[in-house]
Design a binder for this molecule. Structure first.
Ligand code: SF4
Length: 516
């Protein structure tokens, strides 16, 4: 087992998230832990690691198995000087003193400028020490397209937005231009959405054939939960009934059935779910009705026929990769042949808007593997492609896998991102939504590409947070967007049995959010 720790000691609190994100982006193969006075449990971990290191110092026991590095960042009260140093425990140790022209402040009015100064300092220092730039610069905690979107709304031109993204956040030209391009397309696509008079609906099916290595969603293995599915669908229908009553006067713009894997439901269960949606909601204004079929091993002709019968327009058949060895490693039991067959069936049944999800940076995958996946997928000619950079989530099994195998095998690069973008371009697709997550392989982004007219509007809505989304089901979060832009959320219990038991309370939570 290989463990590489990078402890960052901060002499102050409040910037832990930004420090973690930026340092991690420069040192993707380290477990970055940001220590402040308040982080008691992390200090405990730090002391344990130090003890272990000390105990192994003179032994020949697995050299290189455990490495510990430290960066110390101190902020003096005058705020003018900071020291960044690494203690001499590794060959990479360094130490230097930097001037930072900004005053420490808690004054909210000046806090943003103060924080921006700190992030600039941190980024520029690491950039010069590590000797590389990051594609998204020091941009953390905000979606790049949101910035571009907001500036376009203010009437700013491309040049001005480009300069803002470069000067303030050190975003590369390529990524800044991509953000502007996507924000422009999003604005156009959302121009027909009913912001205050409308809403979108999400229905969560939290079951999957197996759990993927990287999964952090609410998902339970269907085999163990088969007996609960009917009761779960009953609860969804109760939620539908309630929401349709209180939102009867609003226009339903988009409907998205996701998960999990909705097609783990049997045809009769899907029939009950979709017929109830049609019964309780007015679909006359619905611009997009998606069911994320997702896993090829759950897709059958009968299920596809049910989706078609109820007017589902957009579905996903998600391979993630077309390399069988990788599919086996990530625990996605569907074979490449099953993906091809599911796709063929979906076309045969008449679906003319099929999305395929891919992940870059999967264990052991090289640029040649990604090229082979893109070649195989483009040969199928899907209508949209969603290209993710693998994100390491705490709730997934991937963390344990990394502790065993190290980060070296998870490699997403500029080259693989370009291979995917080129494949989408060759199919005639345009990028239409983009988001970034914490701990993404290569510190890149997720991008949705689609043929004109086949853009996934719900995907933009969930990212840009401009419309109320009512989410039904276990582990789902409803989001209410108020006219002044304020957003309130309400979640439901993740545990399926508890969700079923407490369905009245789930409905009460919705009432509190949607009728206050
Ligand atoms: S298909 Fe999606 S939701 Fe299901 S286990 Fe895999 S990643 Fe999780």
């Amino acid at each position: 087992m290989c463990r590489k720790y990078l402890f960052v000691k901060l002499g102050f609190s409040g910037f832990e998230y930004d420090v973690n994100s930026i340092v991690k982006a420069f040192y993707p193969d380290r477990q970055v832990k940001v220590l402040t006075q308040e982080s008691i449990s992390l200090w405990q971990e730090y002391r344990e690691v130090q003890k272990e290191l000390e105990s192994k110092k003179d032994s020949e026991d697995l050299p290189g198995e455990l490495t510990v590095e430290e960066i110390r960042i101190e902020l003096y009260e005058t705020g003018g000087r900071m020291i960044l140093e690494a203690e001499g425990k590794t060959p990479e140790s360094f130490g230097a003193t930097y001037e930072w022209q900004s005053e420490a402040t808690d004054d909210p009015e000046h806090f943003e400028g103060y924080k921006a100064g700190f992030k600039t300092f941190l980024y520029k220092t690491l950039e010069s020490h590590v000797g590389k730039s990051l594609p998204w610069g020091n941009l953390t905690g905000i979606r790049p397209t949101k910035i571009a979107f907001g500036l376009l709304e203010e009437g700013k031109g491309d040049e001005e937005i480009l300069s803002h993204l470069k000067k303030k956040y050190f975003v590369s030209d390529e990524k800044a231009l991509l953000s502007i391009d996507i924000a422009r397309r999003e604005r156009q696509l959302l121009s027909h959405i009913h912001y205050q008079g409308g809403y979108s609906l999400y229905v969560g099916i939290p079951f999957c054939p197996t759990t993927c290595l990287y999964c952090s969603f609410t998902s339970f293995p269907i085999a163990a939960f088969r007996k609960k599915v009917d009761a779960y669908v009953d609860c969804l229908i109760r939620e539908m009934e309630y929401v349709s009553k209180i939102y009867g006067d609003k226009i339903l713009d988009t409907v998205y059935v996701g998960g999990g894997t909705p097609t783990t439901l049997e045809p009769d269960q899907l029939e009950r779910l979709l017929s109830s949606l049609k019964k309780y909601f007015d679909f006359s204004g619905v611009k997009e009705f998606t069911v994320e079929a997702g896993r090829a091993d759950s897709i059958t002709r009968d299920k596809l026929l049910v989706l078609k019968k109820y007017g589902v327009g957009r579905i996903s058949v998600n391979p993630q990769t077309m390399k069988q060895d990788t599919l086996d490693v990530i625990g996605r039991k569907a074979s490449v042949e099953q993906v091809l067959e599911a796709y063929r069936l979906a076309r045969e049944v008449g679906f003319d808007n099929i999305n395929m999800d891919l992940i870059l940076g999967l264990p052991g995958e090289t640029a040649q593997d990604v090229q082979a996946t893109i070649d195989a997928v483009t040969a199928l000619k899907p209508d949209s492609l969603t290209v993710h950079s693998l994100a390491v989530k705490r709730a997934s099994k991937l963390g344990a896998w990394i502790r065993e195998h190290g980060m070296e095998e998870l490699c997403n690069t500029d080259e693989t991102m370009k291979i995917a973008a080129q494949g989408a371009k060759l199919l005639g697709m345009e990028p239409y939504y983009l988001y970034r997550q914490k701990n993404m392989s290569g510190n890149f982004e997720n991008v949705g590409y689609a043929l004109p007219g086949k853009f996934g509007i719900y995907n933009i809505l969930i990212m840009e947070e401009v419309q109320t989304i009512v989410a039904l089901g276990a582990g789902c979060i409803s989001k209410r967007v108020f006219p002044d832009g304020r957003i309130e959320r309400s979640d439901s219990i993740k545990d399926v049995a508890l969700y079923i038991d407490k369905i009245d309370e789930m409905i009460e939570r919705k009432k509190a959010l949607l009728t206050s």
